[in-house]
Design a protein around this ligand. Structure first.
Ligand SMILES: [Zn+2]
Length: 139
């Protein structure tokens, strides 16, 4: 086993390769496909949770409307509904990103038409806007 200590740059002297491949979003495609699959199953399981909570609330609220469990269930239901909304909108973003990959417009900011940074796409492959537009919208 060769131990590489010290001079990692000496082995090869190839011309500088751009750190980011220009039009190749293979990694993003893979991540998006994976994320989409995960979201689809998360949405399915959250939907089941909602059903269970609704069933539970029907059991509880029959005779005592001051039952503290009623409030807990309403809270839980709101929590799960929020998670479900979040997952659904993220899924929509993933689908849009995949459509844009197919259309060749992936990596272009929806708002300003500028390039979305590679680091941002790596962190959020479904990002639809560049980091400054995202910051502007938030602020
Ligand atoms: Zn922008």
């Amino acid at each position: 086993m060769a131990r590489s200590v010290g001079h990692p740059m000496t082995a090869q002297s190839e011309p500088a390769v751009p750190a980011v491949p220009a039009d190749d979003f293979t990694a993003a495609r893979a991540v998006l496909a994976e994320e989409r699959e995960e979201l689809v199953s998360r949405i399915a399981s959250l939907s089941r949770d909602v059903d269970v909570i609704i069933e539970a609330s029907q059991d509880v609220s029959t005779d005592d409307e001051h039952d503290p469990d009623g409030a807990t269930i309403a809270y839980e239901r709101a929590q799960v509904a929020a998670l479900l909304d979040q997952a659904r909108s993220h899924l929509a973003d993933c689908e849009v990103a995949e459509e844009r990959l197919a259309a060749g417009t992936y990596g272009v900011c929806e708002r300003c038409g500028g390039t979305i940074g590679a680091a941002r796409l790596e962190a959020r492959p479904a990002a639809r806007t560049c980091i400054s537009c995202a910051a502007a919208r938030r602020g």
